[in-house]
Design a protein around this ligand. Structure first.
Ligand SMILES: [Zn+2]
Length: 247
């Protein structure tokens, strides 16, 4: 039998028919995996307690014929928000759902693993709704970029010149912006005029570390606008449903 000992962030936990409890988790070395928590009632309930969603656990896995079986589990860190606001709880669940939905099984991406871990750690400390939302937006944008859908935030899609500091026109499907001069030439482009300040925020969220993103001073309305644009962009390019009921 093949064994694997790894740390993992638990993404989801479901009861599945005769198999009992099935967990989805993300590991640094093996990507997203699924494991069955089974065994005698006493043992499995003990294991279950260490396989709670949104915790970091050390798992001992045994490879069965068709699935991994969780043979041992110890919680290393819980990302439960300190003040347990609804926003924090929903945001943490949303991060887990996003990761689960956007990543394929067994595609190891250490970078994504550490990004998720860092985001959950920072999220647990945020009190303000706008910071919570900003963090989720940064995670989503970085995640889709790591998966190969990086928006062009620097140059005009048509003339290739640097985007001027005025309202540019976003075309989500093309993954970038047209400068105002170029858009006049093409009436077919569906217009979504975006403020230069919004483009700057996108750049920070995409290129800088999460701490820097959290230092941005933005109102909740501004963050909501940016968040919904990023969600729309990510949904179009990943072709996966990520519009979970949230905020
Ligand atoms: Zn142009």
């Amino acid at each position: 039998m093949h064994y694997l000992k790894t740390e993992a962030i638990i993404l989801s936990k479901k009861i599945r028919g005769e198999f009992g409890v099935v967990i989805n988790f993300y590991t640094p070395g093996h990507g997203k995996l699924e494991g069955v928590v089974s065994g005698a009632k006493k043992i499995s309930s003990k294991l279950n307690a260490h396989c709670e969603p949104l915790s970091l656990s050390e798992l001992m896995l045994a490879r069965g014929v068709s699935a991994w079986r969780v043979a041992g589990a110890v919680t290393l860190q819980n990302f439960e928000p300190v003040n347990k606001s609804f926003e924090q709880i929903f945001a943490a669940q949303y991060l887990a759902q996003l990761t689960n939905s956007l990543l394929d099984k067994e595609q190891p991406e250490k970078q994504i693993y550490f990004l998720l871990k860092k985001t959950l750690e920072l999220l647990a400390k945020q009190v303000k709704t706008e910071k919570v939302l900003l963090l989720v937006a940064a995670y989503l944008l970085k995640l889709v970029a790591m998966l190969g859908y990086q928006p062009n935030l620097k140059t005009c899609l048509r003339c290739q010149k640097n985007l001027p500091a005025q309202k540019n026109i976003l075309e989500l499907l093309a993954g970038g912006f047209y400068c105002p001069t170029c858009v006049k030439l093409d009436k077919k482009v569906s217009y979504k005029r975006v403020n230069p300040a919004v483009i700057k925020v996108w750049r920070v969220l995409l290129q800088d570390d999460l701490e820097k993103a959290l230092r941005l001073h933005l109102s909740l309305t501004q963050v909501r606008t940016i968040f919904s644009l990023i969600t729309e962009f990510s949904q179009i390019h990943s072709q996966k449903s990520i519009n979970f009921l949230w905020l």
